[in-house]
Design a protein around this ligand. Structure first.
Ligand code: FRU
Length: 338
């Protein structure tokens, strides 16, 4: 181990202990970067080093790995900032404890991407009551007891997906909807937005199932849909892993060429590649918000006002526009670009 890695490890252990030594579960928080975090203040008394606790609901999907990478990259250009990462491994109770631990250890700010809305609402509200600002990223909680919400407009994305499909199918067809976890707000909004997008058409959703954002679940659900229906024109999946799972099932049945596949996320190394390879017909970008979260965190920590809600934009990628970088979808009123 070279000297630099040795130093980084030692520093990470120190910061992990500041925040995580009383943890009861087996996951180890990781801290990045740790070297300059602490309680430093300027000569004017204003604090200039901060510790952020980042609660990620899971790291099992590429999109969430990308979110943490985006946070890490943005934080790395601010030497006074240490970020402690916790991964709840898709376990709501574990994520609740992570937030409670961040509060009891006295981090300066919490960023949380919650697994589900209802169960994560109380610990987040408690953190705010304890005086710790909370940025809620990507999936919402109930009510408004948080400092700032950052995410793309999932209803608008769902609606754009519906409208795109209406055009592709000439206003008529049979669709399978593979839904994201319906106790999470992106699942609910991508569903209701899509239904709005197809409402004036003769498109019929013949099969719908909650695949909980997971590719293997999506594949299984699609196998059932294929077994029940001989004529499926399109699959609308709430994320790209789900769309790919659906495609795998259709391919195994020799039916992938008869069906259009639509997903959401459009990571350059995932959904955008699927479009380039002709696996997906369309994917809609869902920005991670990682960089915006760090910029917003710094404003909050420096006592600047931030909006209660920051809406990120989205782009549609199809085979026609993918090489040129996709096209923006109709933007809501105020949109931040990452
Ligand atoms: C990853 C993910 C993404 C999706 C987002 C919604 O866990 O399922 O694929 O866009 O969460 O919150």
């Amino acid at each position: 181990m070279n000297a630099l890695r040795c130093f980084a490890l030692a520093a990470a252990v120190v910061v992990s202990c500041v925040v995580g030594c009383e943890k009861s579960d087996s996951t180890t928080p990781s801290a990045e970067p740790a070297s300059t975090a602490g309680e430093k203040a300027t000569s004017g008394g204003e604090k200039e080093s901060f510790t952020i606790g980042m609660s990620q609901c899971n790291l099992g999907e590429p999109w969430r790995v990308q979110m943490n990478a985006d946070i890490k990259k943005a934080a790395s250009s601010h030497p006074g900032l240490a970020v402690i990462y916790q991964d709840a491994q898709n376990d709501t109770l574990r994520q609740r404890s992570h937030i409670e631990e961040f509060v009891s250890s006295g981090v300066d700010l919490i960023i949380v991407s919650p697994k589900e809305a209802a169960p994560l609402t109380p610990p987040i509200a408690k953190a705010v009551k304890a005086g710790i600002p909370v940025i809620v990223l990507d999936r919402r909680v109930l009510g408004d007891e948080y400092t700032c919400f950052i995410g793309a407009d999932n209803k608008a994305i769902g609606q754009a997906a519906g409208e795109w499909l209406v055009t592709q199918l000439g206003g008529k067809g049979r669709v399978v909807e593979l839904k994201g976890l319906m106790t999470s707000t992106p699942g609910q909004d991508r569903h209701s937005g899509f239904r709005k997008g197809i409402e004036d058409s003769e498109i019929e959703v013949v099969f719908e199932a909650d695949m909980k954002w997971l590719q293997p679940d999506a594949r299984k659900e699609m196998e059932s849909a294929l077994a029940r229906f001989d004529d499926i024109d399109a699959v609308y999946a709430h994320n790209d892993p789900g769309a790919y799972g659906g495609w795998l099932a259709a391919q195994a049945a020799g039916r992938e060429k008869d069906i259009l596949f639509i997903g959401i996320d459009a990571l350059p190394q995932e959904g955008v590649q699927y479009v380039k390879q002709g696996i997906l017909n369309a994917t809609f970008e869902y920005p991670t918000g990682g960089a915006t979260a760090i910029e917003t965190a710094l404003q909050i920590l420096h006592k600047q006002d931030v909006p209660k809600e920051i809406t990120l934009g989205s782009r549609l990628f199809t085979k026609e526009n993918v090489e040129a970088g996709g096209d923006p979808i109709a933007a809501p009123a105020s949109v931040a670009t990452e």
